[in-house]
Ligand binder design. Sequence first.
Ligand code: GLV
Length: 330
Amino acid sequence: MAKKVLITRIIPSIARQLLTKAGFEVTVWEGEGPMTQPQLIERAKKVDALLSLGADKLDKTFFSQCSHLNIIAQFAVGYDNIDVPEATRLGIPVGNTPDVLSEATADVAFGLMIAVSRKMFYLHKTILQGEWKQFEPLKNLGMELTGKTLGIFGFGRIGQVMAQRCMGAYGMQVIYHNRSRNLPAEQKLNARYVSFDELLQQSDVLSVHSVLSAETKGLFNSHAFQKMKPTAIFINTARGGVHNEADLITALQNGIIWGAGLDVTNPEPMQADNPLLAMPQVAVLPHIGSATIEARTGMARLAAENILEFYRHGNVPHCVNPEVLTEKTN
Ligand code: GLV
């Protein structure tokens, strides 16, 4: 009998095409937004595999009713919406889509850094409001990035591409903090491993590229911002939960740090009256890190391939809990 797959939003058609061509019976949720959890559970109960998105809450409640799933293939590199230990306990492999979105996401971090350093989003708004009257010799001044120190928090694929961009464009010195040291990447990018405190103290631009986990949740809070330079720019394109937004607002309002660029907020979506949106040295985007045709197509292909390979060879090419696969083949 054909295996059934549920895709929880409309994503690039390559995913459906690959799965259908391989004989899977594919259902796509075609709603404007994500399903509610009860809707998701009701539909997931009827399928063998789930192609999920970040807005799907795959927690203990979900797994208590969907423990039958063979595989979950997430259409994202991040998977903090999934209780992976619970999936692992149930023997369900969880796939994700790394690499294909690294360039796109690093571009957003890089773009936000420049936009903040020159107050671009804010100054654009002043034109819309009819406030551009004349050339201003002493107003609208930003700061330059050449030769500054870039601190990367989370030195994975996206963090490394961001480092490469900043070195190439501005000759920035790269320091990083990560769960573990990455010696080949250190050599390639002439990067220096530092403690978390040193990262805070030394970075002119501090860019977050980590996962959201119990260890990183709310890590960039008032204590962290206090340790940063008053001229520092904070960039987050990873997950909004890694920073404490109320603390970030206070830090910016009080000149504890200079500016911030966010592609992820806490919570999402950000409300239009959020004080961050009115600040000159802030640039906010609506979680578009992977939003290029190339990246989204690549993500759809990888997510489908994770499912296809699992059923063909018992392998999930990009698996976040590979121990499940080892157990299955032993
Ligand atoms: C997007 O946020 C992703 O995790 O891929």
